[in-house]
Design a protein around this ligand. Structure first.
Ligand SMILES: [Zn+2]
Length: 325
Protein backbone atom coordinates (compact mmCIF):
# COMPACT_ATOMS: atom_id res chain seq x y z
CA UNK A 1 0.00 0.00 0.00
CA UNK A 2 1.20 3.52 -0.77
CA UNK A 3 2.23 5.43 2.29
CA UNK A 4 1.41 8.75 0.76
CA UNK A 5 -1.79 10.07 -0.82
CA UNK A 6 -1.12 10.47 -4.55
CA UNK A 7 -3.94 12.74 -5.62
CA UNK A 8 -3.46 12.34 -9.38
CA UNK A 9 -3.50 8.56 -9.20
CA UNK A 10 -6.25 7.97 -6.67
CA UNK A 11 -8.61 10.73 -7.69
CA UNK A 12 -8.44 10.01 -11.39
CA UNK A 13 -9.20 6.35 -10.74
CA UNK A 14 -12.29 7.08 -8.65
CA UNK A 15 -13.55 9.93 -10.76
CA UNK A 16 -13.40 7.69 -13.78
CA UNK A 17 -15.34 4.98 -11.99
CA UNK A 18 -17.99 7.46 -10.75
CA UNK A 19 -18.46 8.72 -14.30
CA UNK A 20 -18.74 5.20 -15.76
CA UNK A 21 -21.18 4.00 -13.10
CA UNK A 22 -23.18 7.25 -13.16
CA UNK A 23 -22.79 7.17 -9.39
CA UNK A 24 -24.35 10.57 -8.72
CA UNK A 25 -27.19 10.41 -11.20
CA UNK A 26 -30.44 9.91 -9.34
CA UNK A 27 -33.86 8.57 -10.24
CA UNK A 28 -37.09 8.84 -8.29
CA UNK A 29 -36.99 6.24 -5.53
CA UNK A 30 -39.96 6.29 -3.17
CA UNK A 31 -38.29 3.79 -0.81
CA UNK A 32 -35.65 6.36 0.15
CA UNK A 33 -35.98 9.71 1.81
CA UNK A 34 -35.41 12.57 -0.63
CA UNK A 35 -32.71 15.17 -0.01
CA UNK A 36 -31.98 18.13 -2.26
CA UNK A 37 -28.65 19.97 -2.09
CA UNK A 38 -28.35 23.07 -4.22
CA UNK A 39 -25.52 25.56 -4.00
CA UNK A 40 -25.69 28.94 -5.65
CA UNK A 41 -25.00 28.41 -9.36
CA UNK A 42 -21.68 29.98 -10.40
CA UNK A 43 -21.36 32.70 -12.98
CA UNK A 44 -19.01 31.27 -15.66
CA UNK A 45 -16.42 34.03 -15.49
CA UNK A 46 -13.53 31.88 -16.70
CA UNK A 47 -11.74 29.85 -14.04
CA UNK A 48 -12.64 28.65 -10.58
CA UNK A 49 -11.11 30.53 -7.67
CA UNK A 50 -10.67 29.43 -4.07
CA UNK A 51 -14.01 31.00 -3.12
CA UNK A 52 -15.70 28.51 -5.47
CA UNK A 53 -13.70 25.63 -4.01
CA UNK A 54 -14.72 26.57 -0.49
CA UNK A 55 -18.40 27.07 -1.35
CA UNK A 56 -18.86 23.92 -3.43
CA UNK A 57 -16.86 21.71 -1.04
CA UNK A 58 -19.29 22.60 1.76
CA UNK A 59 -22.28 21.56 -0.36
CA UNK A 60 -20.49 18.39 -1.40
CA UNK A 61 -19.77 17.39 2.20
CA UNK A 62 -23.48 17.74 2.99
CA UNK A 63 -24.46 15.72 -0.10
CA UNK A 64 -22.08 12.90 0.90
CA UNK A 65 -23.26 12.95 4.49
CA UNK A 66 -26.91 12.57 3.49
CA UNK A 67 -26.07 9.90 0.92
CA UNK A 68 -24.26 7.89 3.59
CA UNK A 69 -27.33 8.25 5.79
CA UNK A 70 -29.28 6.45 3.07
CA UNK A 71 -31.04 9.42 1.46
CA UNK A 72 -31.74 9.70 -2.25
CA UNK A 73 -29.68 12.86 -2.80
CA UNK A 74 -30.25 15.16 -5.74
CA UNK A 75 -27.18 17.39 -6.10
CA UNK A 76 -27.44 19.30 -9.37
CA UNK A 77 -25.28 22.04 -10.87
CA UNK A 78 -25.70 24.67 -13.53
CA UNK A 79 -24.51 28.08 -14.63
CA UNK A 80 -25.89 31.51 -13.88
CA UNK A 81 -24.66 32.45 -17.33
CA UNK A 82 -26.91 35.27 -18.54
CA UNK A 83 -24.92 38.29 -17.54
CA UNK A 84 -23.34 41.58 -18.39
CA UNK A 85 -19.71 40.32 -18.23
CA UNK A 86 -20.39 38.25 -21.39
CA UNK A 87 -21.61 41.39 -23.14
CA UNK A 88 -18.52 43.28 -21.99
CA UNK A 89 -16.16 40.50 -23.06
CA UNK A 90 -17.87 40.42 -26.45
CA UNK A 91 -17.38 44.17 -26.91
CA UNK A 92 -13.82 44.17 -25.60
CA UNK A 93 -12.49 41.05 -27.32
CA UNK A 94 -14.70 41.08 -30.40
CA UNK A 95 -15.95 37.55 -29.71
CA UNK A 96 -19.40 35.99 -29.77
CA UNK A 97 -20.75 36.21 -26.19
CA UNK A 98 -22.20 32.69 -26.45
CA UNK A 99 -18.86 31.17 -27.52
CA UNK A 100 -17.06 33.02 -24.75
CA UNK A 101 -19.60 31.78 -22.18
CA UNK A 102 -19.53 28.17 -23.42
CA UNK A 103 -15.71 28.14 -23.37
CA UNK A 104 -15.72 29.33 -19.77
CA UNK A 105 -18.28 26.70 -18.82
CA UNK A 106 -16.13 23.95 -20.40
CA UNK A 107 -13.13 25.11 -18.36
CA UNK A 108 -15.00 25.39 -15.10
CA UNK A 109 -16.85 22.09 -15.58
CA UNK A 110 -13.48 20.33 -15.98
CA UNK A 111 -12.21 22.00 -12.84
CA UNK A 112 -15.27 21.00 -10.80
CA UNK A 113 -14.96 17.44 -12.10
CA UNK A 114 -11.28 17.34 -11.13
CA UNK A 115 -12.28 18.48 -7.65
CA UNK A 116 -14.47 15.36 -7.58
CA UNK A 117 -17.61 17.17 -6.51
CA UNK A 118 -20.51 14.73 -6.59
CA UNK A 119 -22.87 16.43 -9.03
CA UNK A 120 -25.49 14.80 -11.18
CA UNK A 121 -23.99 16.17 -14.42
CA UNK A 122 -26.85 14.76 -16.50
CA UNK A 123 -29.01 17.58 -15.13
CA UNK A 124 -26.63 20.47 -15.91
CA UNK A 125 -28.42 23.66 -16.95
CA UNK A 126 -27.23 27.07 -18.19
CA UNK A 127 -29.30 30.25 -18.04
CA UNK A 128 -28.11 31.57 -21.42
CA UNK A 129 -29.34 28.56 -23.40
CA UNK A 130 -32.75 28.72 -25.11
CA UNK A 131 -33.94 25.46 -23.50
CA UNK A 132 -33.54 27.19 -20.15
CA UNK A 133 -34.58 30.80 -20.84
CA UNK A 134 -37.74 29.75 -22.68
CA UNK A 135 -39.05 29.17 -19.16
CA UNK A 136 -38.03 32.69 -18.09
CA UNK A 137 -40.02 33.95 -21.05
CA UNK A 138 -42.96 31.69 -20.20
CA UNK A 139 -42.98 32.93 -16.58
CA UNK A 140 -42.81 36.51 -17.81
CA UNK A 141 -45.79 36.02 -20.13
CA UNK A 142 -47.81 34.42 -17.33
CA UNK A 143 -47.00 37.38 -15.07
CA UNK A 144 -47.90 39.80 -17.87
CA UNK A 145 -51.27 38.07 -18.44
CA UNK A 146 -52.05 38.47 -14.74
CA UNK A 147 -51.03 42.12 -14.58
CA UNK A 148 -47.93 41.36 -12.49
CA UNK A 149 -45.50 42.59 -15.17
CA UNK A 150 -46.11 46.14 -16.32
CA UNK A 151 -44.36 48.90 -18.19
CA UNK A 152 -43.77 52.34 -16.76
CA UNK A 153 -41.75 55.37 -17.84
CA UNK A 154 -38.90 55.95 -15.49
CA UNK A 155 -35.66 57.90 -15.35
CA UNK A 156 -32.60 55.74 -15.77
CA UNK A 157 -28.85 56.32 -15.77
CA UNK A 158 -27.72 56.28 -19.39
CA UNK A 159 -24.26 56.08 -20.93
CA UNK A 160 -24.44 57.81 -24.33
CA UNK A 161 -21.19 56.16 -25.47
CA UNK A 162 -22.11 52.56 -24.65
CA UNK A 163 -25.79 53.22 -25.35
CA UNK A 164 -26.84 51.25 -22.32
CA UNK A 165 -28.62 51.79 -19.03
CA UNK A 166 -26.57 51.64 -15.83
CA UNK A 167 -27.47 50.76 -12.27
CA UNK A 168 -26.80 53.35 -9.58
CA UNK A 169 -23.66 51.42 -8.61
CA UNK A 170 -22.45 51.39 -12.22
CA UNK A 171 -23.03 55.14 -12.43
CA UNK A 172 -21.29 55.93 -9.17
CA UNK A 173 -19.80 59.43 -9.08
CA UNK A 174 -21.81 60.39 -12.16
CA UNK A 175 -19.56 58.54 -14.62
CA UNK A 176 -19.98 55.24 -16.46
CA UNK A 177 -18.07 52.36 -14.80
CA UNK A 178 -17.01 50.98 -18.18
CA UNK A 179 -15.85 53.97 -20.14
CA UNK A 180 -15.85 56.93 -17.75
CA UNK A 181 -18.30 58.97 -19.86
CA UNK A 182 -20.53 61.38 -17.96
CA UNK A 183 -23.81 59.64 -17.15
CA UNK A 184 -27.04 61.16 -18.44
CA UNK A 185 -30.58 60.79 -17.16
CA UNK A 186 -32.99 59.39 -19.69
CA UNK A 187 -36.72 58.61 -19.70
CA UNK A 188 -37.20 55.02 -20.78
CA UNK A 189 -40.19 52.71 -20.54
CA UNK A 190 -39.04 49.93 -18.23
CA UNK A 191 -40.61 46.66 -17.13
CA UNK A 192 -41.52 46.24 -13.50
CA UNK A 193 -42.66 43.19 -11.56
CA UNK A 194 -45.38 43.84 -9.03
CA UNK A 195 -43.84 41.99 -6.10
CA UNK A 196 -45.84 44.09 -3.65
CA UNK A 197 -48.88 42.01 -4.66
CA UNK A 198 -47.23 39.21 -2.66
CA UNK A 199 -46.05 41.31 0.29
CA UNK A 200 -48.55 39.79 2.71
CA UNK A 201 -47.80 36.23 1.61
CA UNK A 202 -44.03 36.76 1.77
CA UNK A 203 -44.19 38.29 5.24
CA UNK A 204 -46.35 35.41 6.40
CA UNK A 205 -43.84 32.90 4.97
CA UNK A 206 -41.04 34.57 6.93
CA UNK A 207 -42.61 33.39 10.20
CA UNK A 208 -41.50 29.88 9.30
CA UNK A 209 -37.80 30.78 9.03
CA UNK A 210 -37.57 33.41 11.78
CA UNK A 211 -35.93 31.09 14.31
CA UNK A 212 -32.96 30.30 12.08
CA UNK A 213 -31.90 33.77 10.96
CA UNK A 214 -30.29 36.82 12.54
CA UNK A 215 -32.55 39.79 13.25
CA UNK A 216 -30.47 41.96 10.91
CA UNK A 217 -31.10 39.60 7.97
CA UNK A 218 -34.81 39.34 8.73
CA UNK A 219 -35.12 43.14 8.85
CA UNK A 220 -33.33 43.47 5.51
CA UNK A 221 -35.69 40.91 4.02
CA UNK A 222 -38.76 42.68 5.42
CA UNK A 223 -37.55 46.00 4.02
CA UNK A 224 -37.00 44.39 0.66
CA UNK A 225 -40.55 42.98 0.64
CA UNK A 226 -41.49 46.61 1.14
CA UNK A 227 -44.96 46.40 2.59
CA UNK A 228 -45.86 49.88 3.66
CA UNK A 229 -49.13 50.89 5.24
CA UNK A 230 -50.09 54.46 5.55
CA UNK A 231 -52.17 57.24 4.06
CA UNK A 232 -52.14 59.37 0.94
CA UNK A 233 -52.55 63.02 1.79
CA UNK A 234 -53.40 65.73 -0.70
CA UNK A 235 -51.76 69.07 -0.05
CA UNK A 236 -53.15 72.21 -1.63
CA UNK A 237 -50.66 74.62 -3.16
CA UNK A 238 -51.97 78.16 -2.97
CA UNK A 239 -50.92 80.55 -5.79
CA UNK A 240 -48.86 77.86 -7.47
CA UNK A 241 -46.39 78.89 -10.17
CA UNK A 242 -45.97 75.27 -11.24
CA UNK A 243 -47.47 73.86 -14.40
CA UNK A 244 -48.50 70.27 -15.13
CA UNK A 245 -49.64 68.74 -18.43
CA UNK A 246 -53.40 68.30 -18.58
CA UNK A 247 -54.46 66.38 -21.72
CA UNK A 248 -53.54 68.95 -24.43
CA UNK A 249 -52.66 72.11 -22.57
CA UNK A 250 -50.95 72.79 -19.32
CA UNK A 251 -52.70 73.84 -16.16
CA UNK A 252 -51.56 75.21 -12.85
CA UNK A 253 -50.65 72.63 -10.23
CA UNK A 254 -53.17 73.12 -7.45
CA UNK A 255 -52.39 70.19 -5.21
CA UNK A 256 -49.89 67.39 -4.71
CA UNK A 257 -50.32 63.91 -3.21
CA UNK A 258 -47.94 62.54 -0.63
CA UNK A 259 -47.80 59.06 0.88
CA UNK A 260 -46.93 58.84 4.55
CA UNK A 261 -46.63 56.01 7.05
CA UNK A 262 -46.87 58.57 9.87
CA UNK A 263 -50.21 60.28 9.40
CA UNK A 264 -50.21 60.94 13.16
CA UNK A 265 -47.40 63.48 12.70
CA UNK A 266 -49.08 65.34 9.83
CA UNK A 267 -49.72 68.50 11.86
CA UNK A 268 -46.00 68.97 12.22
CA UNK A 269 -45.56 69.11 8.42
CA UNK A 270 -44.58 72.52 7.06
CA UNK A 271 -43.01 71.74 3.66
CA UNK A 272 -42.93 69.10 0.94
CA UNK A 273 -39.66 68.17 -0.71
CA UNK A 274 -40.02 66.91 -4.27
CA UNK A 275 -37.61 64.32 -5.68
CA UNK A 276 -35.62 65.44 -8.74
CA UNK A 277 -37.26 62.64 -10.79
CA UNK A 278 -40.77 63.94 -10.12
CA UNK A 279 -42.54 64.89 -13.39
CA UNK A 280 -43.37 68.40 -12.16
CA UNK A 281 -39.66 69.15 -11.91
CA UNK A 282 -39.15 68.41 -15.57
CA UNK A 283 -42.27 70.37 -16.58
CA UNK A 284 -41.08 73.42 -14.70
CA UNK A 285 -37.35 73.20 -15.22
CA UNK A 286 -37.24 76.51 -17.13
CA UNK A 287 -38.17 78.34 -13.93
CA UNK A 288 -35.11 77.17 -12.04
CA UNK A 289 -31.73 78.85 -11.93
CA UNK A 290 -28.79 77.23 -13.76
CA UNK A 291 -27.31 76.22 -10.42
CA UNK A 292 -30.45 74.30 -9.46
CA UNK A 293 -30.74 72.76 -12.95
CA UNK A 294 -27.19 71.41 -12.69
CA UNK A 295 -27.99 69.95 -9.30
CA UNK A 296 -31.05 68.19 -10.71
CA UNK A 297 -29.07 66.80 -13.67
CA UNK A 298 -26.26 65.53 -11.47
CA UNK A 299 -28.53 63.61 -9.18
CA UNK A 300 -27.34 60.09 -9.88
CA UNK A 301 -26.68 58.78 -6.41
CA UNK A 302 -29.36 56.72 -4.66
CA UNK A 303 -29.13 58.78 -1.46
CA UNK A 304 -29.14 62.06 -3.25
CA UNK A 305 -29.58 65.47 -1.76
CA UNK A 306 -33.00 66.92 -2.38
CA UNK A 307 -33.15 70.15 -4.28
CA UNK A 308 -33.98 72.90 -1.80
CA UNK A 309 -35.53 75.14 -4.46
CA UNK A 310 -38.21 72.63 -5.33
CA UNK A 311 -39.93 72.74 -1.97
CA UNK A 312 -43.54 73.75 -1.76
CA UNK A 313 -45.17 75.66 1.01
CA UNK A 314 -48.35 73.80 1.69
CA UNK A 315 -50.89 72.79 4.27
CA UNK A 316 -52.64 69.48 4.72
CA UNK A 317 -56.23 69.50 3.57
CA UNK A 318 -57.67 66.03 3.69
CA UNK A 319 -56.77 62.41 3.96
CA UNK A 320 -58.04 60.71 0.83
CA UNK A 321 -57.12 57.05 1.27
CA UNK A 322 -56.11 54.58 3.91
CA UNK A 323 -53.80 52.52 1.70
CA UNK A 324 -51.00 53.41 -0.72
CA UNK A 325 -52.15 53.71 -4.33
ZN1 LIG B 1 -20.01 54.05 -20.86
Amino acid sequence: MDEKYFAQKIEQKWQKRWAQNKTFEVEIDSAKQKFYVLEMLPYPSGRLHMGHVRNYSIGDVLAWYKRLQGCNVLHPIGWDSFGQPAEQAAIKKGVNPRDWTEDNIDQMRQQLQRLGISYDWSREIAAHRPEYYKFDQWFFLKMFERGLAYKKMTKVNWCPRDETTLSNEQASGGVCWRCGTKVEKKDIAQWFLKITAYAEELLHGMEEIEAGWAERVLTMQKNWIGKSEGAVVEFQIPNSRFQIPDSKQKKNLESIKVFTTRIDTIYGANAIVVAPEHPIIEENCQNFSDKVKTKIENNTKPNRQMCPSCQFRASPVRCIADKPC
